[in-house]
Design a protein around this ligand. Structure first.
Ligand code: P53
Length: 478
């Protein structure tokens, strides 16, 4: 056993197809959910339109046009020393509608070329199958994941890409941040996770969420089973957003509320890593009449399709206080969260808490006993080009340094097994939550603004050189 960052550690960066590729109609690509989301802003939600409306601005349509810039961009990632690159396959490039039998060859070819370019530099692709980009047709015709037929469509998609990229891709994840929908009153989270486009106060939203989530979990397990048959060397993972929940005070009711909130947000990982619903969720479903369509056959599939590793995003912790009117805690969202006076926040109001990453790594290791991969972490911030023409993003470096240090301590002192670290948005891209370009995460700046103006030129920030040094020293020189 070694208690240090392993030699073959997967340092890299993470993105999602819809947030950077652009080229939303190239090569026969179909319309995805991301193509019908308008731009929002800090505190202003993005709108989801039924179809693409000509007079509206949809920032993902062009994004940063990675589709036509990927060769130059990968060259920059290679220059930083990336060992891996996490992106997703846009479902609508492969199946423009989502329910076809025959895949779209032009879409498949794009990823052939992209993965070949990665391997040219010894960069291992890490691929998410479904990252907030469900085909819009599946939303409009089937109502998204509320319909059991989506399982077959997804498994067919997974099978096609597993076979096609059997030799090019080893690391896979099924559904991005599958547990975001726990906050089922937020339209954006239900839509991006499950293709459920509902009003915030829809009385069905909780029941539909648990149904949709169940079908996704079955689809995820089936995909894992199929993937293992196609290539036994595949590493197949799940992906959760992890924001540990702290009690606001040492009042026992607050501590208990935090415990309940953890159960309510992370049970998805129990299903995906341990193969079954935890008893607390079975009891919750029963008590609340939330009996979804869960068959015996589904339960067998869940047991058979457990993952090899657990990927997760970490941005922040959350703090909760007991709510006397809601002792059973249905819902984990902003209503329950309180400000944590010990933590500073980003310009978008996200608490900054490096120790929360060490906490999360420990908690996940204790519960799930699987290798962990930190597949997103980072600071969304505004960048200014200084008088010397450079971007001195010391705030971003400070954030990442503190989080990598927390990860290192978890590996060295707590014995947690971590196989990789891919900070989010390694090149500036469209924010998922707000649709903004100005909420930047990258080591590489992209000249494009929130209205879609700009030359798309790329430029290295100070953090580019810093991260290059981190990778070169395998995390020793922070
Ligand atoms: P943006 C909500 C809460 C935590 C993570 O987010 C989230 C979201 C959705 O916004 O998303 C993940 O761009 C997601 C990425 C996303 C990234 O975090 O809103 O996997 O697609 O871009 C950062 O600042």
């Amino acid at each position: 056993m070694t208690f240090s960052i392993p030699k073959d550690f997967l340092w890299g960066g993470a993105v999602a197809a819809h947030q950077l590729e652009g080229a939303w109609q190239a090569g026969g690509k179909g319309v995805s959910l991301a193509d019908v989301m308008t731009a929002g802003a800090n505190g202003i939600p993005r709108q989801i339109t039924a179809e693409v409306e000509p007079d509206k601005f949809y920032p993902n349509h062009e994004a940063i046009d990675f589709y036509h810039h990927y060769k130059a961009d990968l060259k920059l990632f290679a220059e930083m020393g990336f060992k891996c690159f996490r992106t997703s396959i846009a479902w609508t490039r492969i199946f423009p509608l989502g329910d076809e039998q025959e895949p779209n060859e032009a879409g498949l070819r794009f990823y052939d070329d992209l993965f070949a370019e990665c391997h040219k530099y010894g960069i291992e692709p890490v691929i998410t199958l479904s990252h907030f980009e469900i085909p819009n047709h599946l939303i409009r015709k089937y109502g998204g994941w509320r319909d059991r037929r989506l399982i077959d469509f997804f498994v067919h998609f997974a099978t096609v890409v597993f076979k096609r990229y059997r030799k090019q891709v080893k690391y896979w994840m099924t559904f991005n941040e599958i547990n975001n929908q726990t906050n089922y009153k937020e339209q954006f989270l239900l839509a991006t996770d499950s293709g459920l486009v509902l009003d915030a106060d829809d009385p069905q939203s909780e029941a539909l969420m648990y149904q949709a989530a169940h079908y996704e979990l079955v689809a995820s397990a089936l995909a894992v089973k199929v993937g293992r048959q196609i290539n036994p060397d595949f590493k197949l993972g799940c992906m959760l957003n992890v924001s540990p929940l702290y009690p606001a005070t040492c009042k026992p009711a607050d501590a208990f509320q935090a415990l309940k909130a953890m159960q309510r947000r992370y049970w998805f990982a129990d299903v995906q890593t341990l193969g079954k619903y935890p008893r607390h969720m079975e009891a919750f479903f029963k008590a609340n009449g939330l009996r979804a369509d869960i068959t015996l056959e589904d339960r067998i599939v869940l047991e058979e399709g457990t993952v090899d590793y657990l990927g997760f995003s970490y941005y922040n912790s959350l703090t909760v206080a007991a709510q006397s009117d809601n002792p059973e805690y249905h819902f984990v969202g902003p209503e329950a969260a309180v400000a944590n006076s010990y933590l500073a926040t980003s310009d978008w109001g996200w608490p900054i808490d490096p120790l929360g990453l060490r906490y999360s790594l420990n908690w996940l290791a204790d519960h799930y006993h699987k290798p962990l991969m930190i597949v997103e972490n980072g600071l969304g911030a505004r960048d200014e080009i200084a008088a010397d023409g450079q971007i001195h993003d010391d705030y971003r470096i400070a954030y990442l340094r503190a989080h990598i240090q927390a990860m290192k301590t978890a590996i060295e002192k707590d014995g947690v097994e971590v196989i990789g670290y891919t900070p989010w948005g390694c090149i500036d891209l469209v924010s998922a939550g707000t649709g903004q370009m100005s909420k930047r995460y990258g080591f590489i700046y992209v000249d494009r603004d929130d209205q879609g103006n700009g030359s798309l030129a790329r430029m290295k920030k100070d953090s580019f050189y810093w991260y290059q040094k981190v990778i070169k020293s395998n995390g020793q020189d922070l």
